[in-house]
Design a protein around this ligand. Structure first.
Ligand code: 6MZ
Length: 348
């Protein structure tokens, strides 16, 4: 379609993406290449993405990830997908990206979990060499579906990479289907991760039934919260949960389109962005899964601005604040803030 002045503003706004799952971020163009590599799987694009106006249940979304995992199951696939995703974020004006992904073992292609992470790191390095204009760091994901034993193994893997990746691996993400496994059982693994210096980004209260779990995990405390959709009392959360989040000033990663399309939020105007933003709490707009939910970060900023009536200054403050909420070490944060100052749109 035609690019308007507003589109240009959001595209050129320097942005930091802090909540992006690698295999949920695969674009239509990359998906076509993957499908062509594995025609025998009979996978169509409609099985891996939710186009505009459509909705699915969270359960259906997790089915989609299984389909995508069938298409991305070798070193070659992971290298291509990561490089494509990094380039696409850069094209969208994202200057700093924290990518996350769950290490997977694939017997068929001989892929190990270590090799999985090494390949992503290799792709990040190649993107840098190719002078793609973006700083990328990596968070190792724990899929709650796999239970506490695998979680502990994954933490150990993340620790090894934190020490050997020249600072590319910064932390740990707890994600996966919230209907599966009690997050409480993950506590020993998460505590270990925290003690070893890994930053923690935890999906919390993505569905209503996770009150007790969130209460416990907030005591760690996490360094950032993913979604936090059902933390506040107006949607069945509690004052005690909100107090913990506010007192510890834990930034929340908010993914508007994702939450509307997977129906954990009934409509854009009812999104909990409003609740936290009105309290002056650090809010970070993110895409979650730009491939599955057919969005990009410019669009998420533009949506937030139009739905919650944010002026350009407020939008700028949000993107600037995202740098502050990142897990980047202090020197990189300072460098990014100088970058932001250089790229500040003239209309402001
Ligand atoms: C929880 C999610 C998610 O790790 O294979 N993931 N976990 N809630 C969500 N809301 C929609 N979206 C994605 O990327 C896919 C994996 O990310 C997690 C799930 O564990 C999914 O299998 P990776 O790169």
């Amino acid at each position: 379609g035609m690019e308007t002045d507003a589109d240009t503003f959001y595209r050129h706004l320097p942005k930091a993406e802090l909540h992006a799952h690698l295999n949920g971020s695969v674009s239509f163009a990359t998906m076509k290449k993957l499908i062509a590599r594995k025609p025998h799987l009979n996978i169509e694009h409609s099985m891996t993405a939710i186009s505009s106006g459509q909705r699915r249940t969270l359960e259906e979304c997790f089915q989609m990830f299984k389909v995508i995992h069938q298409l991305v199951d070798s070193e070659e696939d992971i290298l291509m997908v990561t490089k494509d995703v990094v380039r696409e974020f850069a094209t969208d004006g994202v200057k700093y990206l924290e990518l996350r992904s769950t290490p997977r073992e694939e017997a068929k292609s001989g892929l190990s979990k270590t090799r999985y992470v090494e390949t992503i790191i290799e792709a990040i390095r190649q993107s840098k060499q190719d002078e793609v204009d973006i700083d990328v760091r990596f968070l190792v994901s724990v899929d709650r579906r796999n239970g506490p034993r695998v979680a502990m193994e994954t933490v150990k893997l993340a620790e090894d990479f934190m020490l050997s990746s020249d600072g590319l691996v910064l932390g740990l993400d707890l994600s996966g289907d919230p209907a599966v496994c009690n997050g409480k059982d993950m506590l020993p693994a998460l505590q270990r991760a925290r003690n070893s210096g890994l930053k923690l980004a935890l999906h919390l209260s993505e569905v209503p039934s996770q009150k007790e779990e969130s209460e416990i995990l907030l005591n760690l405390p996490p360094d950032r919260i993913g979604h936090g959709t059902f933390l506040h009392p107006e949607v069945g959360g509690s004052d005690s949960l909100v107090d913990k989040v506010c007192k510890q000033k834990i930034p929340i990663e908010l993914c508007l389109t994702s939450n509307v399309k997977d129906q954990t939020v009934p409509s854009y105007d009812k999104h909990h962005f409003q609740y936290w933003y009105d309290r002056g709490h650090p809010c970070v707009l993110c895409t979650d899964d730009k491939g599955v939910f057919c969005t990009d970060l410019s669009q998420e900023y533009q949506l937030a601005a139009s739905i919650f009536a944010l002026g350009p200054e407020a939008v700028w403050d949000l993107s600037h604040q995202a740098v502050q909420c990142s897990f980047a070490p202090e020197p990189l944060k300072q460098q990014l803030k100088r970058r932001w100052a250089e790229l500040r749109p003239q209309v402001l």
